[in-house]
Design a protein around this ligand. Structure first.
Ligand SMILES: C[S@@+](CC[C@H](N)C(=O)[O-])C[C@H]1O[C@@H](n2cnc3c(N)ncnc32)[C@H](O)[C@@H]1O
Length: 208
């Protein structure tokens, strides 16, 4: 699977970074955590664009975590913290143990919620809400269903391919995600269409 998303990440990091520039001021300092950093392609790229911010990578998969650590070390970025183990489906208390900073401005999660059991998505909203500051953002990137409808056909095929790999995987519905957000005192503030039939969903934490 790694080779599938590796090249996609090289392409989409530029588009996602353009959106980050609308959310973050590159001269200001923010605390940013990434859930499911994979090999660290995004976090290394973003950390170079936002040098004043502190970036915290995380991964569940031990092999990817090693690769992530190697990549972060090779880049010698002083504003990237050592990568830590984090399973999105963990309880918020375990998130807080792993990500020791007290209050994040932004949590990013790219191409994970469709390729993990729904527990990981539930945990992502619970965990992100527990570490975000008031008015902090949870940014999700990937393909989504809307009111049970998946389009275009390429995303329908992708959904079926995911289901064939694991019945617990598959595109998540934006409205299902909004329900999780509301339970955690978050609102979907923006939905941004991205290339290749993906979207960015920007959820804002209303109160700490
Ligand atoms: C398609 S890859 C995307 C990796 C990276 N975000 C990127 O776009 O290059 C999916 C990632 O989700 C991670 N993942 C799957 N289940 C997870 C979970 N429960 N908690 C955290 N990460 C998870 C995998 O280990 C993998 O790194």
């Amino acid at each position: 699977m790694a080779t599938h998303w590796f090249s996609a990440s090289e392409r989409n990091k530029h588009h996602i970074c353009d959106v980050l520039k609308q959310v973050l001021n590159s001269n200001d300092s923010y605390s940013v955590a990434e859930v499911a950093s994979g090999h660290g392609q995004h976090i290394c790229f973003f950390a170079k664009e936002f040098r004043q911010s502190v970036w915290s990578p995380t991964e569940i998969n031990a092999e990817y975590l090693n690769r992530l650590t190697e990549n972060v070390n090779r880049e010698q970025l002083s504003n990237v913290k050592p990568a830590v183990l984090l399973d999105a489906s963990w309880e918020p208390s375990r998130w807080k143990e792993s990500l020791s900073v007290n209050g994040y401005d932004l949590v990013i999660n790219i191409n994970m919620v469709h390729i993990s059991p729904f527990e990981a998505t539930i945990g992502l909203f619970n965990g992100a809400a527990s570490i975000l500051k008031q008015n902090g953002y949870l940014l999700l990137y990937g393909p989504y269903a809307i009111h049970g409808v998946i389009s275009p056909e390429s995303n329908v095929k992708f959904h079926h391919w995911l289901k064939s790999k694991c019945t617990e995987w598959g595109l998540r519905d934006i409205f299902e995600l909004e329900t999780l957000a509301h339970k955690n005192n978050m609102v979907l503030e923006k939905t941004i269409d991205m290339p290749a039939n993906n979207k960015i969903l920007l959820f804002r934490k209303l109160s700490a």
